[in-house]
Design a protein around this ligand. Structure first.
Ligand SMILES: Cc1cc2nc3c(=O)[nH]c(=O)nc-3n(C[C@H](O)[C@H](O)[C@H](O)COP(=O)(O)O)c2cc1C
Length: 79
């Protein structure tokens, strides 16, 4: 369940980032070994997400596709 726990924690960190008036995005596509090496992390750490955090540029808007949503029936199975 480690990946699930990491996803929950990362989501909460993103929500708190927004609460603080900051912006971030989830970066999940990276070489974990390179991150361990470059940030000199302990060898037993397996990074699963990077959150670059900063102040959004003035007038920054989400990508227009941000507001597109699948129908609930396309993502949830009701049995
Ligand atoms: C699990 C996950 C991994 C992601 N990995 C990357 C990534 O490696 N690089 C990147 O630029 N954005 C990454 N993103 C951000 C998405 O590309 C997108 O910007 C973000 O989910 C906001 O989408 P939305 O505008 O539809 O809410 C990732 C998002 C999620 C949920």
């Amino acid at each position: 369940m480690g990946a699930v726990d990491a996803a929950i924690v990362t989501t909460q960190m993103m929500l708190e980032t927004a609460n603080l008036g900051l912006g971030t995005t989830w970066v999940g596509h990276f070489d974990p070994e390179a991150v361990v090496r470059e940030f000199e992390l302990p060898e037993n750490i397996i990074p699963v997400a990077i959150l670059p955090i900063g102040y959004p540029a003035e007038g920054a808007e989400p990508n227009p596709r941000h507001f597109e949503r699948f129908e609930l029936k396309d993502t949830v199975n009701f049995i």
